[in-house]
Design a binder for this molecule. Sequence first.
Ligand code: SAM
Length: 289
Amino acid sequence: MDAIKDGWFSELSTLWPGVCLSLEVEKILHSEKSEFQDIKVLQTKSHGKALILDGIIQCTENDEFSYQEMISFLPLCSHPNPKQVLIVGGGDGGVAREVVKHPAVEHVTQVEIDARVMQVSKQYLPNMGVGLSHPKVSVFVGDGFKFMKEHKNQFDVIITDSSDPIGPAESLFQQSYFELMREALKPGGIVCSQAGTVWCGLETVVNTFNFCKNVFESCSYGYSAVPTYPTGQIGYVLGRKIERTNFKEPVRIFSEMELEKMGLRYYSPEIHRAAFVLPRFAQKALYGT
Ligand code: SAM
């Protein structure tokens, strides 16, 4: 079956067998095969432009803010002073755009494996791509797993904004990656990784959560609503090195005025707390209670 048929794109994947989301397409704005993956930008009828990698929706202009804000501010607001931040993946630039808004952040290092994703994003998705050109952001092209091996004791927060665990991102969903991230963090440092949804592939979510739990003193799973991700939800695994922490309670609480000034549309202290309240089946699967 073609991913684009009769004017509709369908997100077909073995990761969610038997079900998929479809978006009506007005125009294919860009299509290429890079060294690592198939890259497409679609003008959709309902969700603005959409970035598609290897047939999987990475972000749409209409709902990307939920994911980008949550994967950034859940860890940043759980850390007392997140000065040095590392982003792995994140080629569209949306996470970098959000991270630099936090007043404590002094410098962001970003490691993305595919230079073409960043170039395409700057060209077609400038509202996200803008993050990659911010003066506080240094971008490296390379494999996040390899980069992690070469950096020790350097970062306050590491955000892994990767594609799904098929293809180049596979190594970012292994326990050895969490071990390397621990070494790359300063004491008290925090990691936050894209970790799938509890509504499909619960086993993958539990595995990723356990890898994090086996390596870090504190570990939690939160989620947010993103209508164009599989099942309309996406999860985040958070871990903290050495210090025990209650991720449910943000240590940095932004006022309404600060949230407005930063242009945040999804994240708030209230939604931070709510993100970690799980339905009973997921709570049991992850925490056993
Ligand atoms: N928000 C998105 C999602 O959850 O679907 C992810 C967006 S971002 C575009 C994902 C990026 O991770 C891609 O640009 C991809 O090239 C990058 N990536 C995949 N594997 C990587 C690796 N091993 N090292 C660095 N970047 C990687």
